[in-house]
Design a protein around this ligand. Structure first.
Ligand SMILES: *Cc1c(COP(=O)(O)O)cnc(C)c1O
Length: 825
């Protein structure tokens, strides 16, 4: 659509025609939603030619190897604006719509956020798809078309209330149903073994199963200015036979209803847990459903294009498994190769183990998937048999290497203690295991996965996460994007290392002033959003101190709000004390069943209510909880942030990617030496970040020795003690003494949690408060702060997902770039 192919007048006509054919209306009569649909279809029309051309180019270039990125989550965010950015047509379309009296921003706001993911892991998958397309790499994303994505969060009386996210209600213009590629997926029943009378081979036949029809919907993934359009393929479930009311006996009727229900249930809703495993049967069904469908489609496509010699599969296809959720791909691929393609175990294993690669996203025990064997073997009898055989062969190897060492099996076997351990299966079966930041990968190698690392060191590698600057700068912060382009050209959009050219400008006072003026304008934009959504007035001249991410104990939103309570006490006690005005901004969804997380949200809102309404402090502190944190408002929040709160307990946050989005938008990190924060500091320098608290080795040392005792700190720091006591004295609960009892107990009561203060909040409190003092001091010095802010933007080149993808390609996927050329009319 860049240059000649895009024509403003044609586009305007297309929008008008779409309103007419879709709604039988004139443009003046159409609703905003109808206009959004009409505009989106006009954009999709432009995308389709490139989409066809891309698939044709991949087909022609038969050596083109393809990555299949398998993920239970794709947190895409809105497509319209992002597609226009990547088509390099945003400005022209905005102008065209302007001329029609339409506002592109208002139209964009009509799009529901496709929120088919929880948080960082799902957003990473979305950033990777953007980078793959932009870097000309053949790729499919494979996932589930949940009818309901991440719930909508409402705050009522300070409490989180979940509402369903019916994102498909109005119809989603950027998806394409592909019934011609539907596949059958089977559950349950039993496996019968027979000898094939002709070949004499073992044959495994699944009987008495239930099945559903998996129907793919494709979404275009537009590369930036290169005519590449890749595909995100998400699977819907339908009943295998639309049951016909005229021809059934009683048995068929029940079976038909059951299959109808199974189909409806499987893709009904995304599990809203982040970094937490619940062990629900339906979740395992979801996993097998989309993996089986994706692999069947993958093999069919391979055979169409490359013929029946499946030994070539690893040369043409690589499967990346995003966490343990899709690792059932290993036994499913074995099953398809052995039972459907009649390969021997050895041949199937050779292919599978060269095709599958696994990304580890966490070391936290509660997040590791371990399925009860009885549940697993009932739902997937044949898959379970295959896992038993993989395990049997592996155990034999371990016994040979470490005779008589049962500790090794206890750690590494797949089947243990009545459970199927998915991470172990992925590590044993794949050819690559990667962590997502340097520190995380080191902890995997030296602690959590030490035994595996010693046995198969060649599999382990690091791929530090990244984010796409197309969404989180070009689209989310247009003022800064245009300013950077005016200063250093637009090369940064596809080569973020060029952003380092801003470094010399850090010493240019005029440049710094302009940079901070843009930050100020973005703060005004966010203040307006807060006024509209929360009814709270915030001062854009105050420090915007932001913590937005999923609510989790390890991320320590509690540490942040306890510190706000502490500051408030101080200001009340010493009204004369000098204090730079601060706006503490939070945004976070809690998993629906996570009590402590929900209590923390209530606490933040209650503290906000008390502080925001206390006239006596002259608005020195404001606390804002932004409802329904999601990709679309995230883009605006990052652009407006002064301070990036990244305060997880060291060793717990595998990487973090929010930290990178803040950095890109010129907000220094206030954080621990955890995840990718370590690498951020490496790039930007200690002077341009605010680092505090325990290091990961220290945390791990305590954990290996049964924790620590927070009571000593509680009794030796009276200001901290007072804050913690305020959880129980009704200060923030209209006199209710029980409202925050769970939080209080989590910090102090050794009876209540596995350990008191598992996340070292008391231990890190003073270091955090001191780091916050340093933030204030730095902010008061305008020159110093503008330098720091700009340095963060200038030094974030490493954290583009383009860099991450090039590393995956070089070390794991071995893909080749494919050029797509399109005839210009
Ligand atoms: C980037 C992002 C996340 C991940 O944030 P972390 O701070 O790394 O946990 C979660 N949700 C949304 C909407 C995001 O854009």
């Amino acid at each position: 659509m860049n240059s000649k192919r895009f024509d403003k007048e044609t586009f305007k006509e297309a929008v008008k025609d779409n309103v007419k054919t879709l709604y039988r209306k004139k443009i003046e009569e159409a609703s905003q939603q109808q206009i959004f649909q009409a505009v989106s279809y006009a954009v999709k029309e432009q995308i389709i030619d490139d989409w066809l051309a891309t698939q044709e180019a991949y087909y022609q270039k038969k050596e083109a190897k393809m990555v299949y990125y398998m993920s239970m989550e794709f947190l895409m965010g809105r497509a319209l604006g992002n597609n226009l950015i990547n088509l390099t047509a945003y400005t022209e379309v905005k102008e065209a719509l302007d001329e029609m009296g339409l506002d592109l921003n208002a139209i964009e706001d009509q799009e529901p956020d496709p929120a088919l993911g929880n948080g960082g892991l799902g957003r990473l998958a979305a950033c990777f798809l953007d980078s793959l397309a932009t870097l000309n790499y053949p790729a499919y994303g494979c996932g589930i078309r949940y009818r309901y994505g991440m719930f909508k969060q409402r705050i009522k009386d300070g409490y989180q209330v979940e509402a369903p996210d019916n994102w498909l209600k109005e119809g989603y213009p950027f998806e394409l149903r592909r019934p011609e590629y539907a596949k059958e997926v089977r559950f349950g029943g039993s496996v019968r073994f027979e000898k094939d009378p002709e070949t004499g081979r073992d044959k495994f036949v699944q009987e008495g199963y239930e099945s559903v029809r998996a129907v793919p919907y494709d979404m275009p993934i537009v590369g930036y200015g290169n005519h590449v359009v890749n595909t995100l393929r998400i699977w819907d479930a339908e009943a295998i036979t639309d049951f016909q009311l005229d021809s059934f006996d009683r048995g068929d009727y029940h079976k038909a209803v059951e299959q109808e229900n199974l189909a409806k249930n499987i893709v009904e809703v995304l599990y809203p847990n982040d970094n937490h495993y619940a062990g629900k049967e339906l979740r395992l069904k979801q996993q097998y459903f989309f993996i089986s469908a994706s692999l069947q489609a993958l093999l069919a496509k391979f055979k169409r294009e490359h013929g029946n010699d499946l030994s070539k599969l690893p040369d043409k296809v690589v499967i990346q498994m995003n966490d343990t959720h899709p690792t059932i791909a290993v036994p499913e691929l074995m099953h398809l190769l052995i039972d459907e393609e009649y390969l021997s175990w050895e041949d199937a294993w050779e292919i599978t183990s060269k095709t599958c690669a696994y990304t580890n996203h966490t070391i936290m025990a509660e997040a590791l998937e371990k399925w009860p064997i009885d549940l697993f073997s009932k739902l997937l009898p044949r898959i379970y048999q295959i896992i038993q055989e993989i395990d049997r062969r592996f155990v034999e190897k371990v016994r040979a290497k470490y005779p008589g060492n049962d500790e090794k099996l206890k750690k590494m076997a797949i089947l243990w203690d009545g459970q199927v351990r998915m991470a172990n299966m992925a590590i044993i079966s794949g050819f690559s295991v990667n962590g997502v930041a340097q520190l995380h990968t080191e902890i995997l190698k030296n602690q959590e996965l030490k035994d595996f690392y010693e046995m198969m060191p060649e599999k382990f590698n690091n791929k530090t996460n990244g984010i796409t600057q197309r969404r989180f700068l070009a689209h989310g912060n247009p003022l800064l994007a245009d300013w950077i382009t005016a200063r250093i050209g637009d090369g940064w959009i596809t080569d973020l290392s060029q952003i380092a050219r801003l470094k010399p400008l850090v010493n240019d006072e005029q440049a710094r002033r302009e940079f901070m003026q843009i930050k100020h304008k973005n703060k005004i934009r966010l203040a307006k959003y807060i006024k509209e959504h929360n009814g709270i007035e915030v001062d854009p001249h105050s420090i915007f101190d932001v913590q937005v991410k999923r609510l989790h104990e390890y991320k320590r939103q509690l540490l942040n709000i306890l510190h706000v309570m502490y500051l408030y006490n101080q200001i009340k006690e010493h009204p004369e004390m000098s204090f730079y005005p601060r706006t503490f901004i939070f945004g976070a969804k809690a998993a629906a069943g996570y009590q402590r997380a929900k209590e923390t949200i209530k606490l933040i809102n209650s503290v906000a209510e008390v502080i925001n309404n206390d006239r006596s402090i002259n608005g020195k502190i404001k606390v804002v909880f932004i409802e329904d944190y999601r990709v679309s408002n995230a883009e605006m929040i990052f652009a407006a942030a002064d301070v990036s709160e990244q305060i997880s307990t060291a060793s717990k946050e595998a990487s973090g990617t929010g930290n990178m989005k803040f950095m890109l938008n010129g907000a220094p990190t206030l954080g621990t030496m955890d995840g990718a924060n370590v690498e951020i500091v490496e790039e930007v320098g200690m002077d341009n970040a605010f680092i505090f608290g325990m290091r990961s080795e220290e945390v791990i040392r305590y954990e290996n020795h049964g924790g620590y005792n927070p009571i000593d700190i509680y009794f030796s720091d009276w200001e901290l003690k007072r804050v913690i006591d305020q959880l129980m004295d009704g200060t923030y609960a209209h006199g209710d003494h029980n409202m925050y009892k769970n939080l209080y107990n989590s910090l102090l009561n050794t009876q209540c949690t596995p350990r008191a203060d598992m996340y070292f909040i008391l231990k890190d409190f003073r270091p955090y408060a001191e780091a916050q003092k340093r933030v204030e001091e730095a902010y008061r010095d305008e020159h110093r702060w503008s330098r720091m802010a700009m340095m963060n933007t200038a030094c974030c080149g490493k954290f583009t997902s383009d860099r991450t993808i090039e590393e995956y390609v070089r070390d794991i996927w071995k893909l080749h770039k494919v050029e797509v050329t399109v005839e210009e009319e």
